[in-house]
Design a protein around this ligand. Structure first.
Ligand SMILES: O=C(O)CCC(=O)C(=O)O
Ligand SMILES: [Fe+2]
Length: 224
């Protein structure tokens, strides 16, 4: 029980979030985190290498590898047309199940996951200097919730409103193992990462430095 007196046992204060947004600190166990980090090692060696997507000609500071559908600003395709043209990895069944369980855990509603079949995940890798500017996730045609999982270093996550990228917003820490869900009235809220806090990853999460974030989504796109 090496984690018994770790930071994960200290109740963290979750600031008030807008309706539709939920945070579940420490949702993934350290064993689950390590297992996902091992899968991440496979994904980055997969058919499409991890890369920094370009937004209006500028590389993002995060690097991203996708599952199910390949995302680039501002479109999903099956092939990584801006990387090497290869088809992205299949969306794993275990992640479909995890997404459903995440919605149940986040909302407390045992039926919340029933109709949810995530079919894409953007898996972001942040180094100490990486940030993500305020944006909406709106390249999906479905308004089903976004399920976000964090592993590694803690970051400061800024969760805002659906109208502007400015205030009102709430800053909260997302630590290794945390689940964040935004759906319903919060589905199209602006959000971003203002900083990553180096050296804060728990020793046993499987990632020595940096931060992995997985956001699962339903694209609402059909077929091949
Ligand atoms: O890293 C995060 O927690 C958020 C990532 C994000 O907003 C995105 O990939 O669209
Ligand atoms: Fe996002």
């Amino acid at each position: 029980m090496a984690t018994l007196f770790g930071d994960d046992m200290i109740e963290r204060q979750i600031p008030e979030l807008p309706p539709g947004a939920h945070c579940v600190p420490g949702w993934l166990t350290l064993a689950q985190q390590r297992w996902i980090v091992a899968r991440f090692g496979e994904w980055v060696r997969g058919p499409v290498p991890i890369r920094a997507a370009k937004v209006r000609g500028h590389e993002m500071s995060v690097r991203t590898v996708c599952l199910g559908w390949h995302w680039r600003p501002y479109e999903y395709t099956r092939e990584a047309v801006d990387v090497n043209g290869n088809r992205v990895l299949e969306f794993p069944d275990w992640m479909v199940r995890l997404g459903r369980r995440a919605l149940v855990a986040a909302t407390g509603d045992p039926r919340a996951g029933d109709a949810y079949t995530a079919d894409t995940a953007l898996v972001n890798l942040y180094d100490d200097a990486a940030r993500m500017g305020m944006h909406q996730d709106r390249d999906e045609r479905s308004s089903a919730p976004v399920v976000s999982l964090s592993i590694g270093d803690t970051c400061t996550f800024r969760f805002g409103n659906t109208e502007t990228r400015n205030r009102p917003y709430t800053d909260l820490a997302l630590a290794s193992g945390d689940l964040f869900v935004f759906g319903g009235a919060a589905r199209f809220a602006y959000h971003g990462i203002t900083r990553v806090h180096p050296g804060t990853a728990p020793a046993e999460c499987g990632l020595e430095a940096g931060r992995i974030n997985i956001t699962m989504r339903e694209t609402g796109l059909a077929g091949e």
